[in-house]
Design a protein around this ligand. Structure first.
Ligand code: PGA
Ligand code: ZN
Length: 419
């Protein structure tokens, strides 16, 4: 049995330049570290991200208290635990916190340790990380949901919808999937330049041109897909993350323009967009509490469009069960730091797959060089991965890791099924 000797934490920085926590777990002769990411358009029901609010030296954003919690408390509590007993270690961390949303220690504090434990366990077993999750054979590579135009809280262009993504549905391999997206992104760059737009990128690496209406962005993407020699809706599909939580006021939504309109009117507009631009997937089309609007929407789409709950489910089993009973969605976004431990994340993935919901593993808009989610996607046979554009190293790092995993699997590597 390999035991934990100690856990050490330190403050490092994420892709937005904000402090975040890295934990390093030590056994006798090995160690592994993991860094917690951070969101911008966070759901109310997410587990709590703890920061030193009163530390003016870091504008209240430092994580020195979480770091001290690991070094002084968690390290002692986990000493001598079996490194391979993830469930026990996570349950110690959950009990130590004792609150529903991990407000005492912070989900960021707990998650950095939990992920580092999983990594060290793989290292001790001398297996790649992706082989240390649920799947033991017949590994599948996920389809990338590549974010190519950024809006909402991830850019300052005034675009209502937060993420415009492409999914290379006809890709034969992960390598091929990235190549297809590469072509579209390069063609989009040319189109943007030609029409006088900036090619600066937003938080997740997608372009953030000064376009403020959704349809102009969609038209540009359709053009870029065509120019790359692909058929929109067949070879490549357009997918959206609306992040509608940011666009709600008194039960009305400003998704489609600055004007607030009813749920029914919003659905009508959505259906038009789905048809006109062959949109295959929509994430967070309505607010995190608006279960009825979600159910209505799924029903109106005849369950043919992938409807993903992000802020709605917050990787939380209880909320997922409500969504399942009400048919509020048919897919779930998985973000480790929304729930705070690897074990709880895996439980949510297992349950989702049991009820036929697609699992889409996701980065956060503030992310790091940590590539844990790439391995998690393959190790759970998750259908898709959402980890930004082909820009910014914290996004590319995940794609590169998936390319390595595909190579490591060799002849056995297979893409997941999109439908
Ligand atoms: P976030 O954005 O990390 O800022 O929450 C990602 C998303 O909404 O999917
Ligand atoms: Zn989202």
């Amino acid at each position: 049995m390999s035991k934990i000797k100690k856990v050490v934490a330190r403050q490092v920085y994420d892709s937005r330049g904000n402090p975040t926590i890295e934990a390093e777990v030590f056994s006798n002769n090995l160690s592994a570290s993991a860094i917690c990411p951070s969101g911008a358009s966070t759901g109310t029901f997410e587990a709590y991200e703890k920061r030193d609010k009163s530390n003016k030296k870091y504008l209240g954003k430092s994580v020195l208290i979480p770091v001290a919690t690991v070094n002084k408390l968690i390290s002692k509590k986990l000493k001598n635990q079996n490194i391979h007993d993830q469930e026990r270690i996570d349950s110690i961390l959950i009990k130590l916190d004792g609150t529903k949303q991990k407000t005492k220690l912070g989900a960021n504090t707990i998650l950095a340790v939990s992920m580092a434990v999983k990594k060290l366990s793989a290292k001790v077993k001398k297996i790649p990380l992706y082989k240390n999750f649920i799947v033991k054979k017949n590994f599948k590579l996920p389809f990338p949901l590549m974010n190519i135009i950024n809006g909402g809280a991830h850019a300052d262009n005034g675009l209502r919808i937060q993420e415009f993504m492409i999914r290379p549905d006809k890709a034969k391999s992960f390598n091929d999937a990235v190549r297809m997206c590469f072509l579209v992104i390069n063609n989009l760059k040319v189109l943007l330049k030609k029409s006088g737009h900036s090619i600066n990128v937003g938080d997740e690496g997608g372009f953030a041109p000064m376009i403020s209406d959704n349809e102009s962005a969609l038209k540009l993407i359709v053009q870029a897909i065509k120019k790359s020699g692909f058929k929109n809706g067949k070879d490549i599909s357009i997918c959206l993350d609306v992040a509608a939580n940011e666009l709600i006021k008194k039960g009305k939504y400003s998704i489609h323009s600055k004007n607030y309109i009813s749920v029914n009117q919003s659905i009508k507009k959505y259906l038009q967009l789905i048809k006109k631009y062959q949109i295959k997937s929509i994430e967070d089309p309505f607010g995190e509490d608006d279960w009825k609007a979600w159910s209505k929407f799924v029903n109106e789409t005849k369950n043919k469009t992938q409807i993903i709950g992000d802020d709605l489910f917050v990787t939380n089993l209880e909320r997922l069960k409500i969504g399942f009973l009400n048919l509020s969605a048919n897919s779930i976004l998985i973000k480790l730091n929304q729930i705070g431990t690897v074990t709880e994340t895996l439980e949510v993935i297992k349950f989702s797959q049991l009820i036929g919901f697609k699992t889409i593993i996701s980065h956060r808009s503030g992310d790091t060089e940590d590539t844990f989610i790439a391995d998690l996607a393959v190790g759970t046979n998750s259908n898709q991965i959402k980890t930004g554009s082909l820009a910014r190293s914290e996004r590319i790092a995940k794609y590169n890791q998936l390319i390595r995993i595909e190579e490591n699997l060799g002849r056995l590597a297979k893409m997941n099924k999109i439908d």
